[in-house]
Design a protein around this ligand. Structure first.
Ligand code: KE4
Length: 434
């Protein structure tokens, strides 16, 4: 399975001298799938090309932001024009309001919002605000959900924490961790029990309305509605972490798709169109507590910078065109069906969970509906599958516990090539690991 990797190997050795593990984000390190990461040189549409000239159909898409694919002409043209005016001023610009209006029009629950520079910053700020608004300290999250790396949320987290099997992160003071209570996704009873054991002390429940950090796990029917009712009855806030699902599942995100209205929403990824942007927002009576209109402090040098705003505006305007989500749905459904058939033909027990244009192929025969049923997946088979797909020119997320992301640039030929590669890869996995 030869693939030229000399330049990536050379660059990785240099990177290892600069960065812990040679990367700037753990999940990129290929730790869960073996070997060293490929260094990417350029990308366009659905394709990425590494430093050794290998080309791949990309299903990472920068972990979600690139729903239009790489280097979309509309985004690049808008950025080229914007750069002529300067890059950042540390002062208000019209573009922040333009992007905010696009977000608010799509998500009416967001009456006011604040731009930050990452999903982590959005979630961290939203929970500080929830604690201030309710006067309570505790927060409920769900095992396997990942909300960025702020201290209080690195408790039974998903994504890279699950990928490299870290129990939780050292360095988080126990005082933080004890204010983060963990429930079981899709198990409303587990939430109810925590509320009853912590009366009047839960500031908020934070949830990925569709999980994508223990692999993709959609909510069971009624789960989000029950969370809404429970938080309301206990005077706690419901925070939707829509960093992945916002503008991914629908223009209005999961809250539009499932018709459940949170008190606060966290966004990131797509709203930045490939540049660093996060946002948190929601009810005006809550958001007005944020400085300078209120006492809750939060700030950021590059928050709302015009270049990132430009990429976000161009992306959301392109997504507003007719048929975009219908096409994503069509291609994603075709891919899901193709992967299931490829597994069946090779008698490999898999589950392919999907929500819109994100999906995960789990190497397990039982349904995957929470963290416990996700982590029993055969990660050995997954890493063999990953390697065989990579060698056939398909770049999957290097972790069983991440989502595959499709873009509007993924064409029928890409889907067909991916399904054919999966057929061969699953056959190879079966003969290797029988
Ligand atoms: P960032 O700080 O990475 O922009 O966002 C944190 C975050 C918050 N909420 C959800 C639901 C998220 O998925 C994320 C980050 N997602 C991971 C991928 N699963 C980012 C990839 C990485 O960590 O390198």
């Amino acid at each position: 399975m030869g693939m030229k990797r000399q330049r990536s190997e050379k660059l990785f050795k240099e990177a290892e001298r600069c960065f812990p593990g040679g990367v700037n984000s753990p999940v990129r390190a290929f730790k869960a799938v073996g070997g060293h990461p490929l260094f990417i040189k350029r990308a366009s549409g659905s394709r990425i090309c590494d430093e050794d000239g290998n080309e791949f159909i990309d299903y990472v898409c920068s972990w979600g932001p690139l729903i239009l694919g790489h280097a979309h002409p509309r985004v690049l043209d808008a950025l080229r024009e914007a750069l002529e005016y300067g890059t950042t001023f540390g002062a208000p610009t019209e573009k922040e309001t333009t992007l905010a209006m696009l977000i608010r029009n799509a998500m009416p629950s967001i009456e006011e919002l604040r731009f930050v520079n990452s999903g982590t910053e959005a979630v961290m700020s939203s929970l500080r605000l929830a604690r201030a608004f309710t006067g309570r300290d505790k927060v409920i999250k769900f095992a396997g959900c990942y909300h960025g790396h702020s201290d209080g949320l690195l408790v039974k987290a998903g994504s890279g924490v699950a990928t490299i099997g870290l129990p939780d992160s050292p360095g988080v003071p126990s005082s933080y961790a004890r204010n983060t209570l963990t429930a079981r996704y899709n198990d409303i009873g587990s939430v109810d029990r925590i509320f009853n054991a912590n009366k009047n002390s839960i500031a908020a429940v934070i949830v990925e309305p569709v999980c994508a950090n223990m692999g993709v796990i959609p909510p069971d029917s009624g789960f989000l509605e029950s969370l809404r009712a429970l938080t309301e009855s206990h005077g706690s806030l419901l925070v939707f972490d829509e960093v992945i699902t916002g503008f991914r599942l629908a223009p209005g995100g999961a809250q539009a798709l499932y018709r459940v209205t949170p008190d606060l929403t966290c966004l990131g990824k797509i709203i930045g169109g490939g540049l660093p942007v996060g946002a948190y927002g929601g009810r005006k009576d809550i958001m007005d507590m944020i400085a300078p209109s209120g006492p809750v402090y939060q700030a950021g040098t590059l928050s709302g910078n015009p270049i990132a705003m430009t990429a976000g505006i161009a992306t959301l305007q392109a997504l507003a065109e007719t048929g975009v989500y219908e096409n994503l749905e069509k291609f994603a459904a075709t891919l899901q069906e193709g992967l299931c058939q490829a597994a069946a033909k090779n008698e490999v027990p898999v589950r392919v969970n999907r929500a819109g244009s994100i999906m995960t192929l789990f190497f397990t025969e039982s349904p995957v509906h929470d963290y416990e049923s996700a982590i029993v997946s055969d990660t050995r088979r997954f890493s063999a599958f990953f390697r065989h797909m990579l060698h056939q020119g398909i770049y999957l997320p290097p972790s069983q516990f991440e989502a595959m992301f499709l873009s509007t640039a993924h064409a029928e030929a890409d889907i067909g090539a991916t399904v054919n590669a999966a057929l061969a890869a699953l056959q190879a996995v079966q003969s290797e690991l029988r």
